[in-house]
Design a protein around this ligand. Sequence first.
Ligand SMILES: *Cc1c(COP(=O)(O)O)cnc(C)c1O
Length: 377
Amino acid sequence: MTSSTEELRFVDLQAQRQRIAPQLSAAIEQVLSHGRFIMGPEVTELERELTTRTGAGYAITCSSGTEALFMVLLAWNIGPGDAVFMPSFTFAATAEAAALCHATPFFTDVDENTLTMDVQSLERSVAAAKALGLRPRVVTPVDLFGHPADYPPIAALAEKEGMLVLADAAQSFGAAVHGCRVGTLAGATTTSFFPAKPLGCYGDGGAIFTDDEELAMRLRSIRVHGKGATKYENVRIGVNGRLDTLQAAVLLEKLKLFDEEQATRQATAGYYSEGLASLLRVPGEALGVRSAWAQYTVQTEARDELRQALEADRIPTAIYYPAPLHEQIAYDSFPYDPSGLTVTSRLAATVLSLPVHPYLTQSERERVVTSIHRALN
Ligand SMILES: *Cc1c(COP(=O)(O)O)cnc(C)c1O
């Protein structure tokens, strides 16, 4: 088999591991020997490191990006009769957290350039929710594929309507807007350390960022069954939402590679955009945005043919997302923008995510671009 036909990887966690295998083993061994598997010293150290890196006042690690969303909604006492607004073009977890609180997920459309929440659609949705007798309580913009949502107008509308902003930054840890880092762009920000996310551990994990001290205190309580001053004093209903010490130890090692990995993702995205912009719609970046490039997602009417051609050249791709939430069985009874979700529905049929992991070589980048040129010319 020649190198040009070798199967390219969509995500390459082994290449990353090879760079720091001895350090990872030592960090894991350290946890095994001190034995503090639950809320051990690595968890505290990671939280300190995450506040430094994001600039957020508080970082509360937790068991997943999904639990992070749920914990914030619990801390804000979101419940029946409350509307939580989010794009339909997202991963199910965004809406799941609201539904689990017995609130009403309300779906908005997205902007066709950044694929993040369309603010006009949000405005229409808030009016429609009020007409249905729901209380607008929370807006959950999603930093889809690593590109931060357009927070300033969303925050302005939220303020006018008395809503809180919860940023679903599961895909955008490391991104920034005009130098302000993800973690500081909303009242509360959640992220995920699922292995395939920009910063991933070796299992499930997540974190919440906020500058609100009172919220941070509530979240630390909710994370451990609503504990009070001690573990066996319960002052509210909580969850078991802790991050494992072992995962914190892994994340501390991986963080040392993170900036370099982000730079490599950016270089790949730049290379793709330059080589592909004449053939299909490449991802847009709003002014001042530095995306985390969790995914590099193009749009084309010839999506399915292109995917097949790339597969024949042993280049894996992915479709995020083949069906928007408002068209899924679990969520199709929830309300959405009365003007319709036209961009969302079109995206489901045209998006294709290309490999953008930080261990792609220059020749692999070239293979991807060449293969797409051959397929579409
Ligand atoms: C991955 C993801 C989540 C959930 O994170 P988990 O850690 O897998 O629970 C939530 N929202 C979005 C947009 C995601 O991509």
